[in-house]
Write a protein that binds this ligand. Sequence first.
Ligand SMILES: Nc1ncnc2c1ncn2[C@@H]1O[C@H](COP(=O)(O)OP(=O)(O)OP(=O)(O)O)[C@@H](O)[C@H]1O
Ligand SMILES: [Mg+2]
Length: 285
Amino acid sequence: MNEQVKDLLKLMETDSSQYNTKFFTISSGKGGVGKTSFAVNYAYLLANTFKKKVLLIDADVGMANIHVIMGLKVKNDIRKILKETKIENLITRKDNIDILPGFSGIEEIGELEDYALTRLIQKLSKISNRYDYILIDTSAGIDNRVISFIRASGRSYIITNSEPTSMTDAYALIKSIRKLYGYTRFKIVVNMVSSHKEGIETYERLKDSAKKFLGMELKLAGILPKTNNMTKAIKNKEIFCKIYPSEKFCIELKNIISRETGESVPADSGKAFWGRVLRFLSRGK
Ligand SMILES: Nc1ncnc2c1ncn2[C@@H]1O[C@H](COP(=O)(O)OP(=O)(O)OP(=O)(O)O)[C@@H](O)[C@H]1O
Ligand SMILES: [Mg+2]
């Protein structure tokens, strides 16, 4: 860990500001199960129906696509992150959601990526307390960044479908993070189901395995139906629940958020959260 990061961590971890922000990570074992669709619509409903201040972060480095789903023209790249002094200039606002689009250009720039990420985390830690909720859409599978976000979050949604590969990969992700770090604040979302029964059976299978092999109670956040209009909304660069608010997907998602906002989920100070992320990412560097 270099001296600059050490000093930064000292500042972040001694922060005593109010703990008022909830950090939710959205992840999955397998790709293409609906993480970004869940994250974008969750952010939209939180901001517009529940009137919360929301920052949506695209942390799917390399395959960032929130900006595509939301029809945004901007895309951050590493050069912009390194050059830009104000975090506000990297954040875009649409439909009452503040959005930090994912950044690209990694292959070209190589190790500067770590430096850019540290700079970005430092900037984010200064503004996080402005938000009620910060949602982090990650890439699929287990890499250091995904682990760092999940470990630091008060809530980690794991999205799965009912297909066996998607369930096996979801279980593998939960198992690794539970075994290596003792983290248990997961909630399962079963997406793209054809029936409620299919959703319950998927959840029950995961729950039983987690209980039997990991000794943990895996909770259900909710079950979301498959809907034909989802792709239509994306093609039109619109948020699904904005155009189709009465679709079952949106009603169910509202129920999930309503339960979640009514529950006491651990809140954090921005500096403490980002300090934990940075400490994990800088191990051994
Ligand atoms: N409930 C749903 N019903 C129908 N289609 C859906 C639903 N949820 C997501 N989709 C579709 O599935 C595809 C993948 O969704 P999305 O991009 O949200 O997944 P992802 O998990 O973020 O993928 P990746 O791992 O590539 O980031 C998209 O075409 C999206 O429109
Ligand atoms: Mg995605």
